[in-house]
Design a protein around this ligand. Structure first.
Ligand SMILES: Nc1ncnc2c1ncn2[C@@H]1O[C@H](COP(=O)(O)OP(=O)(O)OP(=O)(O)O)[C@@H](O)[C@H]1O
Ligand SMILES: [Mg+2]
Length: 325
C-alpha cells in the first residue's frame, strides 16, 4: 500500500506540475501582458489542488474509519498490511483495559462481600446484647467478638487503602539506596512475639546488600512474607529470612517448613482475596490481601517474585531486586 500511495502522489504531483507548465507556456506563447490572467489561472489550479487533496485524504481515511466501526474485528478489517503492528498495539491495549475492568469489578464485589461478613456478625452480637437475648455472662464474650470483627474490618480497610495507593504510585517513585539486611532484621523483630506464640523459630541471616527502594514498602513486603510463614506453619517449625547478592541482583528469601501450598493454588495466591487455606486464613484474621500487596511492592521496585512450595513440606518466596547501578 505504501508503494501504491507513493506512486499516486507522484502522479498527482506530475499532473499538476504539467498543468502549471502548460499554462505558463501558453501565456508566454500568447504574449499575455496582463497580470490578472496568470493570477486567475494560478488560483483555479490551486483550487483544483485543494479539492483533489481533500478527496484524496477522504479516500485514504475511509478504510480506517470503517475499521474503527468494529473494534472486535480489527485484524479482519485492516485496510493495509502496514497497519497490522498498530492494530496489534491497539488490540493489546484493549485486552489490557478489559482485564483491568474485569479485575476492578471482581475486586469491588469481593470487597463488598468481605466487608459484609464482619459487619453482619457485629450487628448480630450487638442486637443480642441490645435486646437482652444475651445473658449477662455472655456479654463479655460477645463484646470480645465484636472487638475482633471490628479489628478485622480495620485491617481490611487499611489493606485496601494500601493497595489503592500502590495502584496509583508510579514504579520507581521516591526510591533510594537502602541496606536490606537491617530492614529484614527490624521487621522480623516486630514479629518475634507472634512467632513465639505460634511456637515457630524466626531467624535472619545474610550479607549487607543495597537495593533501590522505599523503606516502608520493603518493611511491608518482608512483614507480609514473614507473617504468612509464621501463620501457615506448625509449632516447632521455622522461618528463615536471608539476604544474598550475586550478579543477577539482591535476593531476599523467606523460607518456612510449614504447611506448604498445594500446586493448584500456587499460581493464584498473589491475587487479591485469594486464599489457599481459607479456614486458617480467616480464623487468624487474614484479609487475603497480603500477597497482593507484596506483588505490587515487587513491581514498584522492578524486582522479580519466585515461589517454591511443596504441600506439607514448606514454602520459600524469593524477591530478586535488580542490582543498584
Ligand atoms: N508461607 C505460606 N505457606 C503456606 N500458605 C501460604 C503461605 N503464604 C501464603 N499462603 C497462602 O496464600 C494465601 C494468600 O496469602 P495472603 O497473605 O495474601 O492472605 P492471608 O494471609 O490470607 O491474609 P492477610 O491479607 O492478612 O495476609 C493464604 O491464605 C494462604 O492460604
Ligand atoms: Mg498473609
Amino acid at each position: 500500500m505504501a508503494k501504491k500511495l507513493f506512486w499516486l502522489f507522484v502522479l498527482v504531483g506530475v499532473c499538476f506540475g504539467a498543468a502549471g507548465a502548460a499554462l505558463t507556456a501558453c501565456f508566454i506563447w500568447q504574449g499575455v501582458s496582463s497580470p490578472w490572467l496568470p493570477l486567475l489561472a494560478g488560483a483555479v489550479l490551486l483550487l483544483a489542488l485543494f479539492i483533489e487533496a481533500k478527496r484524496l485524504s477522504a479516500w485514504l481515511l475511509s478504510p480506517l474509519v470503517d475499521m474503527a466501526k468494529d473494534l472486535d474485528e480489527l485484524e479482519k478489517n485492516a485496510p493495509y498490511p502496514e497497519l497490522l503492528p498498530f492494530i496489534e498495539t491497539l488490540r493489546r491495549q484493549q485486552v489490557q483495559k478489559d482485564e483491568n475492568l474485569r479485575q476492578r469489578q471482581e475486586f469491588s464485589a469481593n470487597v463488598s462481600h468481605e466487608l459484609k461478613t464482619p459487619l453482619t456478625s457485629i450487628s448480630g452480637y450487638a442486637e443480642m446484647i441490645e435486646t437482652g437475648i444475651a445473658k449477662d455472662e455472655d456479654v463479655k464474650e460477645f463484646a470480645g467478638k465484636i472487638h475482633a470483627e471490628a479489628g478485622r474490618l480495620i485491617d481490611l480497610i487499611r489493606d485496601i487503602i494500601k493497595l489503592s495507593e500502590l495502584d496509583e504510585a508510579e514504579p520507581g517513585e521516591e526510591m533510594q539506596p537502602l541496606d536490606l539486611l537491617p530492614i529484614a532484621q527490624d521487621t522480623a523483630g516486630m514479629l518475634a512475639f507472634n512467632a513465639e506464640k505460634a511456637g515457630v523459630d524466626i531467624s535472619v541471616s545474610g550479607c549487607y546488600a543495597q537495593v533501590l527502594g522505599r523503606r516502608e514498602l520493603l518493611e511491608e513486603l518482608i512483614y507480609n512474607l514473614c507473617d504468612n510463614a509464621i501463620r501457615y506453619n506448625r509449632p516447632g517449625g521455622f522461618v528463615r529470612v536471608s539476604v544474598s547478592e550475586d550478579a543477577a541482583g539482591v535476593t531476599l528469601a523467606v523460607a518456612d517448613n510449614g504447611i506448604g501450598i498445594p500446586p493448584e493454588h500456587q499460581e493464584r495466591i498473589f491475587e487479591r482475596f485469594y486464599r489457599a487455606d481459607k479456614s486458617r486464613s480467616k480464623a487468624s484474621g487474614g484479609t487475603g490481601l497480603g500477597l497482593a500487596i507484596v506483588k505490587h511492592i515487587v513491581i514498584q521496585h522492578g524486582a522479580e517474585l519466585q515461589l517454591a512450595s511443596a504441600e506439607g513440606e514448606g514454602t520459600t518466596i524469593s524477591v530478586v531486586f535488580p542490582p543498584v547501578a
